[in-house]
Design a protein around this ligand. Structure first.
Ligand code: AQP
Length: 341
């Protein structure tokens, strides 16, 4: 129910969705299939807010010029992938200071032990052992602030971020127990296919945009030739046969990519490729992926030629987001006892 309505007025509001992607590199088909493409399916039924989370990105070292460029590119990918700017609020996190402000308050309601258990923190600390900064540890609290500021009902994410959404729920429940009716308790929203796309070079690891091995990731903006080459080099398993099974992680990963792009389930794919070799299947997945991404790439190129347009989308998005966020932040400040004028 819309909290701005006066008593007695009845009007259903659409459920609200919040999500974001870090501009920490060139986006992969993991980001696309696990997150952005699903957002486009939700834009009519939900009230959607999508952010380019550049404050999260600096938890690992970024080159400032690259970060600036990647921030606009990420926004352009959102639009190129099909997010309609008239239906969705699209903005850049650092333009709405309430994210950092609420994160500070929530820090004081989040336990050290909870943050220590986060898998992403453990993985990224191992990967960046020379820079285990407080921001990396605190990442899930900033993410909780992102979500709770907008009173989001659902958070569409890939499976790697589910643990963070669950922690966000725990923080919100704890806060509401002390200060009733402050936050909507959000639910993670996982797509049926594509929720965990694995590296093409090591199917035991998630495909990540910051992976240094270029052959491990397929980028949304890769050319068709590059996509085909990467799939051709994808690691497969011993034996033969296009079968989805735990002891065939390489082929199973390729099947999950093919399934996400075509909508076909695993038995259908097995039947389609019965008798085919790994090489033929890899080429089919590559072709399907490249063809599905071609229109996104084309629209992206057009958008990047008009920086003024992207800036206007970001500016308008930040204004709308700020209005919603400031209502929640004021409520939180009042509840915890901050003096306000
Ligand atoms: N491999 C993946 N499969 C499915 N979903 C994925 N996501 C990321 N990788 C995969 C989903 O994409 C959204 C945005 O992620 P993010 O950029 O905010 O953070 P991340 O999960 O850390 O993504 P990366 O690509 O691995 O970035 P880096 O390399 O910078 O750490 C999230 O919904 C995520 O689940």
């Amino acid at each position: 129910m819309d909290q701005t309505l006066k008593e007695g007025q009845i009007e259903e509001r659409k459920k609200r969705i919040f999500s974001g992607v870090q501009p920490s590199g060139n986006l992969t088909i993991g980001n696309y299939l696990g997150a952005i493409r699903n957002w486009t399916f939700l834009q009519d039924a939900y009230d959607c807010i999508y952010c380019v989370v550049n404050e999260h990105a600096i938890t690992v070292r970024q080159n400032p010029a690259d970060l600036r460029r990647q921030t606009y590119e990420t926004l352009a990918v959102y639009i190129a992938a099909g997010l309609d700017v008239s239906k969705n609020v699209l903005f850049i996190q650092s333009h709405v200071p309430a994210h950092a402000e609420l994160a500070w308050v929530l820090n004081c309601y989040t336990m050290f032990g909870e943050l220590s258990r986060m898998t992403q923190f453990k993985d990224k600390s191992a990967k960046h052992s020379d820079n285990i900064n407080a921001g990396l540890f605190d990442y899930p609290v900033l993410m909780a602030a992102d979500i709770l500021l907008y009173q989001a009902d659902l958070v569409p994410v890939g499976i790697d971020q589910k643990q963070h959404v669950e922690l966000c729920r725990d923080i919100a429940v704890r806060f509401n127990q002390i200060y009733p009716d402050t936050f909507t308790i959000p639910e993670p929203y996982l797509s049926k296919t594509g929720k965990k796309i694995m590296s093409l070079q090591d199917p035991a690891r998630k495909m990540s945009k910051s992976d240094e091995n270029e052959n491990a990731t397929v980028r949304i903006l890769d050319s068709k030739d590059t996509i085909l080459r990467k799939f051709k080099r994808a690691v497969t398993d011993s034996g033969s046969g296009i079968v989805y099974s735990e002891d065939k992680p390489g082929i199973s990963n390729l099947m999950s990519i093919y399934s996400a792009f075509t909508g076909k389930d695993y038995p259908e794919i097995e039947a389609e490729f019965a008798g085919s070799g790994y090489g033929d299947f890899k080429m089919a997945v590559g072709e399907t992926c490249a063809d599905a991404l071609a229109p996104v790439r084309q629209r992206f190129d057009e958008l990047m030629k008009d920086k003024g347009y992207l800036e206007s989308v970001a500016k308008q998005g930040a204004e709308t987001a700020s209005r919603i966020a400031s209502r929640t932040l004021s409520k939180v400040y009042r509840k915890v006892g901050f003096v306000t004028f």
